[in-house]
Design a protein around this ligand. Sequence first.
Ligand code: FES
Length: 158
Amino acid sequence: MNRDTFEPVIIGFTCNWCSYRAADLAGTARVKYPPNVRLIRLMCSGRLDPTFVLKAIAGGADGVLITGCHPGECHYLEQNYKALRRYHLLKRTLAQMGIRPERVKLVWASAAEGVKLAEEITTFIEEVRALGPLDWPGMTGESIAVAPGFLAAEEVGV
Ligand code: FES
């Protein structure tokens, strides 16, 4: 893939009660963010099974954005703390797999923070663009070792 024309594919998991509404608000207010992100609505960030993220990456996503209600504001009490713990676990798991953990990001956004969410989405897309394409399913052996989007073997600890 040509890095000059690379357009990152981002999967964004949103919470029904906050970030999904924030994205909706951004649209209503005509606040623009790049079309690279595909949003998937969950009822709560705590519903995010880590396998959803791995499946997104295995399916061709270059980055995954996880969003939820601010700490203390989850509609299901403390489920976003569960999401936070899973996020940290996911980052460690990705690093063990040789994938840069920066390809996954967690953002808190209330329903009123459409502008903030749009800015976070835009920033994350540019961060992933700088990492380059992941192309995980197409990568094997030596090609992973030299690919810019992957951690070097010594960084993984093998
Ligand atoms: Fe939004 Fe739980 S209801 S993170």
